[in-house]
Ligand binder design. Structure first.
Ligand code: PEP
Length: 256
């Protein structure tokens, strides 16, 4: 049985004061929910203080991105070496990075490899845009992105990775996919992992849905057999909402 995983992507929101307050408002309640892995991905400026705050709790810390080189003349970048030991996870290939910062399947792969080399678990984001969706190209896009991120990876490393299926048209739009639709695509992602890495790796790997998840629709996603959790943007900035999302995930998965 795969442990459900809910990750909060705060994006470029919150500062050192408001971020700390938000975390303080939900930490105890999140920590009390033991059967869901909760990963908080705040901006870089909060990582160090959250690492201290989470010490001794069951919460996990994630970065929203990183570069693949260890050190050097890369102004503005954060390296896997800097994150190792501080973070557990790192989001890689989010569609906003692909769209606004020129990330490609190749750079995403370099980041996935770097994360694993530095004991960070990558949350690899994949997903089609609206045009591709309407043209019926969803599976083609997904297969290309998943293959680029995972081909020839050591099978034993695959379960350390998480995939977030995030249709771009559903991110921040208030127009989520349907549970059934997301389940189908996630099933196809698992099938691709099976082809690349075999049954054990495919069965063990956790695959999330992301895109306008909130407390009103999380049950629809999490009750699907292929969906192991969610990557949550907007709704993770509200303590009450986010705690509800995690609590509902716990209830639904326990009842199955
Ligand atoms: C995201 O950015 O990963 C995301 C899923 O955002 P939202 O929940 O706001 O759609």
């Amino acid at each position: 049985m795969r442990k459900p995983i809910i990750a909060a992507n705060w994006k470029m929101n919150m500062d050192t004061v408001t971020g700390y307050e938000l975390m303080d408002d939900m930490l105890d309640e999140l920590d009390a929910i033991e059967d869901v892995e909760v990963v908080i991905c705040p901006p870089f400026i909060l990582l160090e203080s959250f690492a201290e705050l989470f010490d001794g709790t069951g919460l996990y810390l994630g970065a929203q991105d990183m570069f693949w080189e260890e050190r050097g003349a890369y102004t503005g970048e954060i390296s896997p070496l800097m994150l190792r030991g501080m973070c557990d996870y790192v989001i890689v290939g989010h569609s906003e990075r692909r769209q606004y910062f020129g990330e490609t399947d190749e750079t995403v792969r370099r980041k996935v490899d770097a994360a694993l080399a530095y004991e960070l678990k990558p949350i690899v984001c994949v997903g089609e845009n609206l045009q591709q969706n309407e043209a019926g190209e969803t599976l083609e896009v997904i297969h290309r992105q998943v293959t680029a991120a995972f081909y020839e990876m050591d099978n034993a490393k695959v379960p350390d990775c998480v995939i977030a299926y995030e249709p771009i048209w559903a991110i921040g739009t208030g127009r989520p996919a349907t549970g059934e639709g997301a389940n189908q695509v996630i099933g196809a992602i698992r099938q691709k992992i099976l082809e690349l890495h075999g049954e054990d790796a495919a069965y063990a790997m956790r695959i999330q849905y992301g895109g306008s998840v909130n407390e009103g629709n999380i049950a629809e996603f999490i009750s699907q057999p292929e969906i192991d959790g969610a990557l949550v943007g907007g709704a993770s900035l509200n303590a009450e909402q986010f705690v509800r999302i995690v609590a509902i995930t716990n209830e639904v998965k326990r009842s199955r």
